[in-house]
Design a protein around this ligand. Structure first.
Ligand code: SF4
Length: 500
């Protein structure tokens, strides 16, 4: 029932793996919506699609199908689905939505797990973060009583209901809502009459795509195309920023609820979060990572004997670096999978203690490293804690020189659009940054902090070359500190305030 596609074990569990600094990052979720034109039950397909999106969130999961209570669980899909398998197999509804969650706003509990019921009118699930909930609250309070703590999705859902009651039309309701929201969202909705809706914000921060299974006559919307592949469903197209997709007995209807003059696609999806098999906005994630490796090899031609990836997301980039530099790539860092199975949750906890635990999961392969000049390829440096530990592990294994190249530029500012970075003061590149310090100088300062012989961060131009995204269609606010894609300046909040 868990339906994980064969051969995807590693990548499906990506958030649980050792990925340098990266386990301290959390991203806001994966979504799916399915409508069978033949009236076939879809619950099992939702579960299968969500399992393929598990790398986008492991905190909780949930599915909503018409005529049944919303089913939710904490932790990974597999554990909860096995317990509920009988129930899920008995669901007869031919339309539904599903979600896997990491919270960037609101507490980690069953109540906040998506999909959320909005007054019995519809269920809603979201990938993204609404940055201006303080503006929504008083508007929602005009019609509804609110608890003290409300997730951004709950507030957006209630506000959408207010607009829908006024407009009696989903496109117009979304038009009104979009004018009030600042932030990122890819929503899926199941209405009480069994219509599935999917909407992507006009900046296009988070991915969303549409597929169709010709044989089964079933439409699917999902965060990433890897979910379509898992369901043997043909990719039709990306949902464009500002579009609303409607799946009902008439098939697919796509309308535009907002103009989209400038896209702000998140390049972090390509370097870190998304599944390598996914193609987002026309660019395949695996190819992007490999090309990023080529770019880094051209920018930073370190003299070395071996290129090694920080497993797993940096593997294609390490391959790319190796191809371009003609330095052989080898696996010098391995995960201890057996330990990992005993402590799944600790892998994603953003505390020093849990990061230390994560580093204990790594095993160096001495013959690959001993007596060699090593280039380590990673996708990001956040706090630097784990990078330091990698360097010391490599030196302990006998590396004579340790260099590092990083596919994402220095992260110096928080993200308010769906990625849960630590607060600015904890970001290593921010700590060493005077103000607008050039990358060459940041490379030197961070290398010193981490104990490297040389460091090469990517820059915005290299990020564009690698991902294939134009600079003018990309967000890089966490690098620049300029939040052009938001409708208003974000309110700086601590992580605790975000979680309250
Ligand atoms: S701020 Fe950074 S992580 Fe957040 S959406 Fe923009 S590029 Fe992505």
């Amino acid at each position: 029932m868990s339906g994980r596609p064969e051969g995807q074990d590693d990548e499906v569990a990506r958030g649980l793996e050792f990925r340098g600094d990266s386990p301290s990052l959390r991203e806001h979720c994966g979504v799916i919506g399915i409508y069978s034109m033949r009236g076939e039950p879809v619950a099992e397909r939702i579960v299968k699609g969500l399992s393929a999106l598990q790398h986008r969130g492991q905190e909780s999961w949930g599915i909503a199908v018409q005529g049944e209570p919303i089913l939710k669980g904490m932790g990974l899909m597999g554990q909860g689905v096995d317990v509920n398998a009988k129930k899920i197999l008995n669901y007869q509804s031919s339309q539904g939505i599903g979600h896997v969650r990491y919270s960037t706003k609101g507490r980690t509990n069953m109540e906040n797990a998506h999909p959320l019921d909005i007054k019995g009118e519809f269920s809603i699930a979201q990938n993204g973060t609404i940055a201006n909930t303080e503006d929504l609250e008083p508007l929602v309070r005009q019609d509804f009583q609110l608890l003290e703590s409300n997730t951004d999705t709950k507030l957006a859902g209630l506000r959408l209901l207010q607009h829908y009651r006024g407009e009696k039309d989903w496109t117009r309701a979304f038009t009104r809502l979009s004018r009030e929201l600042s932030g990122s969202y890819s929503f899926v909705i199941l209405t009480k009459d069994g219509t599935v809706l999917a909407a992507r914000d006009e900046a296009g921060y988070r991915p969303l795509c549409l597929g169709f299974d010709q044989e089964e006559q079933t439409h699917v919307v999902a965060s990433e195309s890897c979910a379509l592949s898992a369901l043997h469903t043909e990719f039709v197209r990306d949902v464009e920023p500002g579009e609303l997709v409607r799946l009902d007995k008439h098939g697919v209807t796509i309308t535009r609820f907002a103009d989209s003059p400038r896209h702000y696609h998140c390049p972090f999806e390509y370097t870190y979060f998304a599944h390598p098999s996914s193609t987002i906005d026309g660019h395949n994630v695996y190819e992007a990572r490999r090309k990023l490796g080529h770019v880094l090899a051209q920018k930073y031609p370190f003299k070395a004997d071996v290129v090694i990836p920080v497993p797993d997301s940096a593997r294609p980039a390490a391959l790319g670096y190796s191809e371009e530099s003609h330095i052989p790539m080898e696996e010098g860092l391995m995960k201890d999978r057996y330990r990992r199975k005993g402590s799944l949750r600790s892998f994603i906890e953003p505390t020093d203690k849990s990061r230390e635990e994560i580093v204990k999961e790594i095993i160096t392969i001495k013959p690959v490293i001993q007596g060699k000049r090593v280039i380590v390829v990673d996708d990001s440096i956040v706090r630097g804690t784990s990078s330091k530990n990698i360097v010391s592990a490599l030196r302990e294994a006998g590396a004579t020189k340790v260099y590092m190249v990083v596919t994402f530029p220095p992260i110096r500012h928080p993200c308010y659009m769906g990625i849960d970075f630590p607060t600015q003061g904890e970001l290593l590149a921010s700590k060493v940054d005077g103000q607008d310090t050039p990358i060459s100088e940041i490379n030197k300062r961070v290398a010193e902090e981490i104990g490297l012989d040389g460091l090469g961060y990517n820059d915005i131009v290299g990020l564009s070359q690698g991902t294939g995204l134009q600079e003018s269609e990309m967000c890089y606010a966490c690098v620049s500190g300029v939040y052009l894609g938001l409708k208003k300046d974000p309110v700086i909040r601590t992580r605790e305030e975000m979680k309250a």
